[in-house]
Design a protein around this ligand. Structure first.
Ligand code: ASP
Length: 441
């Protein structure tokens, strides 16, 4: 029988109705055997998530402020779900444990982890499935990073003997401890699901959330862009770089080489198959050249001109060193015969611009250094796209027809993506022109 690991985000567990709907989804396919949960999310309006309430609770306690009101709200949110579902989780003792843990000085990561811990118990009770605390499965290193190897081994050992389990997402513990809890970054329950899917060699990992559509261009710029139904992990990584947050990046890294597919599903439209992410595209998927157009604004390019640069050994090392010494990432670099250009995004560059230019002048004595700001990078993304004949003609015809000046181009060696730099003011018009030429059928 195939095996599915499903992660449900906070919206899917925000109240009684959504938990019931989530349980129906889980039970509608017997392959869904391991379920990862978030803490209850926003029900409506300007309400905040339980995770945020727990952060507030800890910081109020740490600052000796009154935290009772927020603790009561947390208790009420869970009690409403518990009584609506008719489960027997003892919220009174969960809250007194929470208080006890605050009083003995547990970290904020410990305190916020209780959001998923309690929700996991509630869902497990409702489904009649076992609950497995994530401290037994997800192992962190002392520096707060995930220890993937140990986590995979722990998951295999604990879950192999279990047909079903509900596991709280978002946290784990330092190796060998059950109280030294660490959390992932916000939204990190995705990573818990990816680790479990990989350890248990699942066929599919699912992420259920709201607003999950993966658009082929930003709907704020392109009217009714197509929804991408199939995308590869590599393409998704490019989209993530462009700031399109579909899943947590580490989830992609954990799953991309495993043969496990990832499915992004919308909790409000369970009947919709959503978007499927795979290592390679199924052969039946036909595309009009590119999968999507995505971009980011506000880059800067530093151009360094020096005669004989191509023959000078060690220039690159010196230039990169100047940026890295100041914790600035060189996101892209382009070279001409006598020119070397570095593309940066970090706001630190604006703060340290004069210092960097001086360091570059001292280190490599160039003829000139120029800085261009307000630059956007727009990527035309599509697996194998770089090998398509006439692709550049198509792209640049579209951009020229939109009367936009191109400031840089870059084609990755992986044929996945062609990056075009234009001024920020031309961002929207370029995205629309590229969408029409490369995606619209
Ligand atoms: N509950 C956590 C958050 O609000 C983690 C998650 O939802 O995945 O960020």
């Amino acid at each position: 029988m195939s095996l599915i690991v499903s992660k449900f985000g906070g919206i899917s567990l925000a109240d009684v109705e959504s938990v019931k709907k989530t349980a129906d989804i889980i039970l509608s396919d017997p392959s869904r055997r391991y379920v990862v949960v978030s803490a209850p999310g926003i029900r409506s309006g300007d309400e905040i998530r339980v995770t945020d309430m727990l952060y507030i609770c800890h910081s109020r306690y740490a600052n000796r402020e009154n935290f009772t009101e927020v603790l009561t709200k947390i208790e009420e949110r869970y009690n409403e779900i518990i009584s609506g579902l008719g489960v027997s989780v003892d919220m009174h003792s969960a809250i007194s444990d929470l208080k006890k843990n605050l009083f003995i000085g547990r970290s904020n990561e410990f305190i916020v982890s209780r959001g998923e811990y309690i929700m996991g118990q509630i869902l497990a009770d409702y489904l009649g499935w076992p609950f497995v605390d994530a401290v037994k499965l997800i192992v962190f290193n002392r520096d707060g990073t995930l220890n993937l190897e140990k986590s995979l081994a722990a998951v295999k050992e604990v879950l192999s003997g279990m047909d079903h389990a509900v596991v709280p997402g978002f946290y784990g513990a330092i190796a060998g401890s059950t109280t030294n809890i660490k959390t992932f970054e916000r939204g990190g329950g995705d990573v818990t699901a990816a680790v479990i899917a990989r350890a248990m060699e699942a066929d599919l990992c699912e992420k259920w959330a709201e607003a999950t559509e993966v658009f082929s261009a930003d709907p704020a710029i392109v009217k009714n862009p197509e929804i991408i139904r199939n995308i590869t992990y590599a393409e998704l990584r490019e989209l993530t770089y462009m700031g399109i947050d579909i899943v947590y990046e580490e989830m992609i890294l954990i799953l991309q080489d495993t043969g496990i597919s990832l499915s992004i599903r919308n909790i409000h439209h369970a009947e919709d198959k959503g978007t499927l992410i795979t290592a390679t595209l199924p052969p039946e998927i036909g595309r009009n050249v590119a999968a999507c157009i995505a971009g980011r604004r506000n880059f800067k390019i530093v151009h360094i001109h020096k005669f004989g640069l191509n023959k000078t050994v060690g220039i690159g090392r010196k230039v990169f060193g100047i940026f890295s010494d100041r914790s600035i990432s060189c996101e892209h670099y382009l070279s001409g015969i006598y020119q070397f250009s570095i593309v940066v995004k970090s706001p630190l560059f604006d703060l340290k611009r004069a210092e960097i230019i001086k360091a570059l002048n001292d280190a490599i004595e160039p003829e000139s250094i120029g800085v261009e700001t307000d630059l956007s990078l727009i990527a035309v993304i599509g697996e194998g796209m770089g090998t398509v004949k006439g692709i550049f003609a198509k792209i640049f015809n579209a951009i020229a027809s939109a009367n936009v000046k191109v400031r840089m181009i870059e084609q990755g060696a992986d044929d996945l993506n062609i990056l075009i730099g234009v001024y920020d003011e031309d961002f929207d018009v370029t995205v629309r022109a590229l969408y029409e030429a490369m995606i619209q059928q």
